[in-house]
Design a protein around this ligand. Structure first.
Ligand code: GP9
Ligand code: MN
Length: 685
């Protein structure tokens, strides 16, 4: 009896499940039947964006990225929901207009990508001097079939519309429609999808979205429509920022510079006048790595050699904000600080900049930059023109294969070796040149250790046993840590620099050349890894206990001060001359332009830094977050605490004075860039 009851219950359950499913299927079918136009709109919109990813970033992972598909679906659903506010017979025009608009976005990006291997930005169109370039791109690519494929989307919509019309669909749905309710329902489903999307975003997704420097990444994660929307906001924001406060800013900047003395001379004035210049932007190169060895092998033997033969500024800081690499380039080239919001490279590339390449051009130099990455990363394509580089050799100028790539792209060794060939030609064609080479391999996450070459970051010890035989013991030490991997990566980057120097020498390119090397910013490595580096307990393969007498704390101050990057000026014949020296006074990236300007014979009145050989131990390095450092102390303005760096007493007055100075520098720099105050044409009236 009991068994029959159970059997009956199961039967009932099965039946009710089936009924539910049928109802559901019925509801779904009904939904599809009544919303064919809306569904076609969503599907074609998502299809266009997916096709764009397929043709541009041809890897399965990219074009089938579910995050991008979801993002596109949200946008299409959001736009589509307002279509329900129209009477059914008018809805088609609404959907078709948006469909044409969105397909056009895909088509424009497709054309742009073929030419520039990057996605389009409306800010490019606002830079009148570049319209020619974009125009050329369209003409050259107009006949490509893959750019025309997006027409398929409005064609599908038109086809669906006529099919529906034939079936009297619009009249039928009109009877059932409740326009506001449908709009709200569709909007809420877009909202629900948006919540799912937001929850799944990683912090990397969010930061890259706001920085807008890696366009491919944004399109891959957020789809083309959100990318383009973000691009419009980023392009319009600087215009809004510069609409208010011009008079006050202009007055304050004029007043600030009225107190600045003109150029000062010293024993370094014009020592390099007329020489060629090769600048190496060394990605994530940190000074502390120059002091690091494993098993008596230096992490950076080539850099150390250059430092010991040239001018080595060992207390040097980069002054970057969210614009990292690009901020470093900005400050190096202009002696201005990064902007308070956004990044100068992305948002303010149309400003007038007084920069090292621009000033050397006036002296007849041919100026160029080389970086084997996408030219639109950090908006370099536009910004390098504004900074005064005559020619920017980027990804498309290099031969890049899978075998020659590491991490973000072309390996540094291959980049340098292809660049030397280009440099040879430049050298033959120009009396004087100034060039920048931007390295790439030593970029976070430093994970492709198998490609960096052998550089064990362990401890090897040979012990002699009682019977006279020897045994090698290996302690893992930094193996497997991010900092350990960084040392492997930096060892590779250093050997690429070594190879570059010897190639340049073999080609005779060092005879009349000054080499300038700067680390662009620190490598943002975990502090706990430094604790392991300095407190390794090899017997137990762990970190010493804090109570251990040998324990050396690597606190936040040390971490902050440990973010120093190398700055080296070197010529082939500098060794053992009076210029061959280590400069230990604190110095920042903004001091480079005045310092080298004096050596090459150019001057920028608007530089915010100082010639280190004039200011010497009185220098102050201001960071974009308001912190500052002098030879005497490091001040953290967020926490209002400081670390003394000398024995001498520190007064409150000194802290107040320096903090006011730091804030002034940041304000002046920001005003100059945001309000384009160095643009005489704009500021004459
Ligand atoms: C991108 C490269 C890295 O081309 O310069 O930029 P970063 O992430 O260091 O700012
Ligand atoms: Mn960088």
């Amino acid at each position: 009896m009991k068994r029959i009851k159970i059997g009956l219950n199961n039967f009932k359950k099965n039946i009710s499940k089936k009924i539910k499913r049928i109802k559901k299927e019925h509801l779904l079918r009904e939904y599809f039947k009544n919303n064919i136009l809306f569904i076609s709109f969503v599907v074609t919109t998502v299809l266009c964006s997916t096709l764009l990813r397929f043709f541009c970033m041809n890897s399965l992972e990219n074009y089938l990225s579910w995050k991008a598909v979801l993002a596109d679906t949200i946008i299409a659903t959001f736009i589509g929901s307002f279509g329900y506010l129209f009477k059914p017979k008018n809805r088609f025009i609404y959907f078709l207009s948006f469909n044409i608009f969105l397909s056009a976005i895909c088509m424009i990006n497709s054309v742009y990508y073929t030419f520039y291997t990057s996605f389009a930005s409306i800010s490019m169109l606002s830079l009148t001097q570049y319209i020619g370039d974009v125009g050329d791109a369209v003409v050259e690519n107009v006949l490509q079939l893959k750019d025309l494929i997006y027409i398929i989307s409005p064609l599908i919509m038109i086809f669906v519309h006529f099919k529906l019309k034939k079936k009297n669909y619009y009249k039928k749905v009109e009877l059932k429609s409740d326009r506001k309710r449908k709009t709200l329902k569709t909007l809420s489903s877009a909202g629900a999808m948006l919540i799912v999307f937001l929850v799944t975003l990683s912090s990397l997704d969010v930061s890259r979205f706001f920085k807008q420097w890696n366009k491919e990444y944004i399109v891959m994660r957020f789809g083309i429509y959100i990318y383009q929307l973000n691009d419009v906001v980023t392009s319009v924001q600087p215009k809004i920022n510069s609409m208010f406060g011009y008079d006050k800013a202009s007055r304050e900047v004029k007043e600030y510079y009225s107190n600045i003395k003109g150029p000062q001379t010293n024993e370094y004035s014009n020592i390099f006048a007329g020489k060629n210049v090769l600048v190496i932007h060394a990605e994530s190169m940190m000074t502390n790595a120059m002091y690091q060895s494993f098993n008596e092998n230096e992490a950076t033997p080539n850099l150390n050699k250059l430092a010991s033969e040239g001018m080595f500024f060992s207390n040097f800081y980069s002054q970057v904000s969210v614009g990292t690499s690009s901020d470093s380039e900005l400050t190096y080239n202009t002696s201005l600080m990064p902007t308070k919001s956004g990044t100068a490279f992305v948002s303010y590339s149309d400003r007038k900049f007084i920069s090292t390449p621009n000033l050397l051009k006036e002296k007849g130099y041919y100026t160029f930059s080389m970086h084997a990455n996408n030219a639109d990363f950090w908006n370099r394509r536009a910004m390098h023109k504004s900074l005064g580089y005559d020619r920017f050799y980027s990804k498309t100028d290099y031969k890049i294969t899978k075998d020659t790539s590491i991490g973000l792209g072309l390996s540094d060794k291959e980049f340098f070796s292809q660049s030397v060939k280009k440099l040879n030609k430049i050298n033959k064609e120009n009396d004087n040149w100034y060039g920048l080479m931007i390295m790439l391999t030593n970029h976070t996450p430093f994970s492709e250790t198998d490609k960096y070459g052998e550089y064990p970051v362990n401890i090897k010890e040979t012990i002699t046993k009682e019977d006279g035989t020897t045994e090698e013991i290996v302690y893992p030490y930094m193996e497997g840590t991010k900092l350990g991997n960084y040392f492997k990566s930096i060892h590779y980057a250093d050997s690429a620099i070594g190879q570059l120097i010897s190639d340049l020498d073999n080609e005779g390119l060092l005879e009349n050349t000054v080499l300038i090397i700067y680390g662009d910013h620190d490598a943002r490595l975990p502090r706990k890894d430094y604790n392991r580096l300095y407190n390794y307990d090899k017997e137990n393969n762990t970190i010493l206990d804090e109570s251990d007498s040998n324990y050396k704390e690597y606190d936040t101050y040390q971490y902050e001060l440990g973010r120093k990057v190398p700055f080296i000026i070197w010529t082939k014949d500098m060794k053992d001359t009076k210029y061959n020296q280590e400069i230990t006074d604190v110095m920042g990236m903004y001091d480079v332009m005045p310092t080298i300007g004096n050596m090459f014979g150019f001057y920028n009145k608007y530089a915010l830094g100082n010639d280190i050989f004039n200011i010497k131990d009185k220098n102050i390095v201001v960071f974009p977050n308001g912190n500052w450092v002098t030879n005497r102390l490091y001040y953290n303005s967020q926490k209002a605490t400081y670390l003394p760096l000398s024995e001498e007493p520190i007064s409150e007055e000194e802290i107040i004075k320096n903090t006011e100075y730091a804030n002034k520098i940041l304000d002046i720099s920001n005003d100059i860039i945001v309000f384009d105050l160095l643009n005489e044409d704009k500021n004459r009236e």
